[in-house]
Design a protein around this ligand. Structure first.
Ligand code: BV8
Ligand code: ZN
Length: 251
């Protein structure tokens, strides 16, 4: 059911829920100034389709282009701050058993004080070796001087095996991290309330999570200024932004 405003009964259900899952997508960070995934290709990269560039094939074809895009996004996120939606979720977690499952590769939930149980699509801040898979210890200070995007940046080399260091994101065609998916699926199937915020619901298997929560009998509230592929499948779809809705839903 599409909502313009949640009624008192829904607010009571959400605020009194013991087991809550917050499932977030790129719209969660939009009001912090982070372009959503479909808008993440601006300037130098606007001629690319994100679902083309976020792939192992793009990395094989042109690692310097892909590495530059992720470095620029990581530098940009460092210059913004968590928004009132991130802060409300962090506050909520102090009063209920709250599990955060995010598709986002930014660290804004963490910087708001939350512990994220599952980063389904990896992180901008977890570069790893494309050869041996070890995490790469890179100095975040490298972002400080990065005020202009560069079209190409040669990725650093792994100190252990010499292979190129790759972004820590999960690309299209790559499996989600087993532990993140297991945590996310388990929390979706065992929650009383799921808040689905800021996702277009087109990327799988992540978009399956609200459907699993519905099948398990949870109250699933979508928060999105637009209608999405999930809007008809959830119990309530609130046309609101993360900053408008989350402080109202949290206790
Ligand atoms: C896998 C990291 C199997 C990279 C990302 C055909 C049909 C179905 C599925 C497939 C298919 N072909 C291929 C697939 C599978 C594919 C997929 O789903 N493709 C899609 C495009 C159809 N999935 C995969 O490949 C996944 N892996 O399936 O592996 C496998 C198993 C074993 C062995 C091998 C393989 C991996 C998918 C992970 C891809 N990586 N991110 C990076 O970030 O660069 S996904 C990427 O999209 C981001 O993480 C993003 O989070 C995610 C989803 O996008 P959204 O978060 O929803 O963001 P979007 O911009 O779309 O929407 C923003 C929403 O916010 C909008 O609705 C907007 O209205 C709203 N909004 C805006 N402002 C606000 C707001 N909401 C609230 N407040 C606001 N202020
Ligand atoms: Zn290595």
């Amino acid at each position: 059911m599409t909502l313009i405003e949640p009624d008192a009964a829904l607010l009571d259900t959400v605020r009194s829920a013991e087991r809550v899952v917050v499932f977030s997508g790129a719209g969660m960070s939009a009001e912090s100034g982070v372009p959503t995934f479909r808008d993440a290709l601006t300037g130098l990269w606007e001629r690319f389709d994100p679902t083309e560039l976020a792939t192992p094939e793009a990395w094989e074809r042109d690692p310097a282009l892909v590495w530059a895009w992720y470095e620029w996004r990581a530098a940009m996120v460092r210059r913004v701050a968590p928004n009132a939606g991130h802060l409300a979720v962090a506050e909520w977690a102090r009063a209920a058993e709250l599990t955060i499952v995010t598709q986002n590769v930014d660290d804004l939930h963490e910087r708001a004080g939350s512990r994220v149980s599952a980063h389904l699509h990896g992180s901008l801040y977890a570069p790893r070796c494309s050869g041996c898979g070890r995490p790469a210890e890179l100095d975040d200070a490298r972002f400080d001087g990065m005020t202009e995007p560069a079209e190409r940046m040669t990725p650093p080399r792994c100190v252990h095996c010499g292979a190129a260091v790759r972004p820590g994101a999960v690309w299209f065609g790559e499996p989600l991290p087993d532990d993140a998916w297991a945590t996310a699926a388990d929390s979706a199937e065992n929650c009383d309330v799921m808040i689905v915020v800021g996702t277009s619901g087109v990327v799988y298997p992540a978009a399956e999570l609200p459907l699993r929560a519905m099948r398990a009998g949870a109250t699933v509230v979508e928060v999105n200024p637009q209608r999405t592929d999930l809007s008809d499948a959830v119990t309530h779809s609130w046309r609101a932004t993360a900053v408008e809705a989350l402080p109202a839903l949290a206790r």
